[in-house]
Design a protein around this ligand. Structure first.
Ligand code: 5GP
Ligand code: MG
Ligand code: MG
Length: 194
């Protein structure tokens, strides 16, 4: 990290600033249409979904509330250990409400399933999911994404909210890190971070 530019750590850009802007517009306008006669709760999953949430909600010319939840997977060095933990709960009653979960990426589907089960248990009227990225090949449990930014291949990506060791979230695009950035690391842990 002697040279202080994150861009140098990126091997390849997968989704550019322009690509993401188009996806946010497409998903946001679709949500505004689909929820025109409702007032949903946009539930943003910390921290990865913050940029996606902001960009999509700005494209929605319809009434909506915004809440945050922090959910993460336990990981003891093994990829996607499976156990999910509720770190910070949302601050509102979801009983009878329409919920739109905003996710950065759905991989195994475990995090998403945990949240959907939780919200349904609490009496949510409906739960839909809008994810920037859908890594369908990684699915271990059934978890459907209703609004998809991009279908992403099974690779570890960073940027636009997605981190590697809490870094790269502020890159304005989504890309793949150069292998040397984590060659000294146990790559098995890469899949299980929130
Ligand atoms: P799950 O496996 O439960 O569907 O996804 C759990 C979390 O793993 C995601 O919300 C995301 O934070 C993280 N994750 C999965 N794939 C990637 C990836 O390619 N890059 C990054 N940075 N995080 C990922
Ligand atoms: Mg996430
Ligand atoms: Mg992470």
């Amino acid at each position: 990290m002697c040279q202080m530019t994150m861009n140098n750590d990126i091997e390849r850009v997968l989704y550019s600033v322009e690509d993401i802007k188009e996806a946010a517009h497409r998903v946001g306008t679709q949500l505004a249409t689909d929820y025109a006669d409702k007032t949903p709760i946009i539930l943003s999953v910390l921290k990865g979904a913050i940029l996606w949430t902001v960009d999509v909600m700005k494209e929605m010319d319809s009434y909506a509330e915004v809440e945050f939840i922090d959910v993460s997977s336990y990981h003891g060095g093994v990829a996607s250990a499976g156990e999910i933990m509720l770190r910070t709960d949302l601050n509102t009653d979801v009983n009878g409400r329409d919920i739109i979960i905003m996710e950065d990426i759905v991989d195994t589907g475990r995090t998403l399933k945990f949240m959907i089960d939780l919200l349904m248990e609490r009496g949510a009227k409906s739960v839909k999911v809008a994810s920037l990225l859908d890594k369908k090949e990684g699915r271990v449990v059934e978890a459907n994404v209703d609004y998809i930014g991009f279908d992403v291949p099974k690779a570890f990506v960073v940027g636009y909210g997605l981190d590697y060791k809490e870094l790269y979230r502020n890159l304005p695009y989504v890309g793949v890190l150069k292998p040397e950035i984590y060659t000294s690391e146990d790559t098995a842990t890469l899949n299980s971070q929130d």
